[in-house]
Design a protein around this ligand. Structure first.
Ligand SMILES: [Zn+2]
Length: 166
């Protein structure tokens, strides 16, 4: 770090760090923010009822036919709220995946996990954890199904991609 910045840093306690890779000087906020989303489920209740039944639902705009997953209660393309529920089922095709070894803080208590994106009929992409975290058993193009599972230790229902046995 250059002398001018160092002098200011010493004099006023300027919160500056030098980024190792680029040597850029970065000011960093002294407040650590915790972020927790709250999302209204009033108009998406069917999705959660579906999970309890072992089903995964997307929404489709009745006007333009666009499919949304995760489901949306409104269609941003035509600004209407005339949606229908469509079950995402059958075999999907794994489009991509990655294994997460370095987890975000809120997921640090889980074993290493794989996340993938799969394309399901009738044409919707689903981003989800995979049931398999061994990259030797995963490949792009493999068939997967969606399965509702209970995420532990939190004990809530979610969905994951499960490779279909050959
Ligand atoms: Zn629409």
């Amino acid at each position: 770090m250059d002398d001018a910045v160092n002098k200011v840093k010493e004099a006023v306690g300027l919160p500056v760090i030098e980024e190792r890779r680029t040597s850029s000087r970065l000011w960093f906020s002294q407040r650590e923010l915790r972020l927790r989303y709250t999302i209204s489920i009033d108009r998406l209740r069917r999705f959660f009822e579906g999970l309890a039944e072992g089903k995964v639902y997307a929404t489709r705009c009745k006007h333009c036919g666009t499919l949304y997953f995760p489901p949306q209660a409104d269609c941003p393309r035509c600004r209407r709220s005339d949606m229908e529920w469509v079950e995402v089922k059958g075999e999907g095709t794994l489009l991509t995946y990655t294994v997460i070894y370095t987890k975000p803080a809120s997921f640090a208590h889980y074993d290493d996990y794989a996340v993938g994106v799969a394309r399901f009929p009738p044409g919707v992409n689903v981003l989800a954890w995979l049931s398999e975290n061994d990259p030797r058993r995963l490949r792009v193009g493999m068939k997967v199904v969606l399965r509702v599972v209970r995420r532990l230790p939190e004990n809530y229902l979610t969905y994951q991609l499960v490779p279909v046995e050959d």
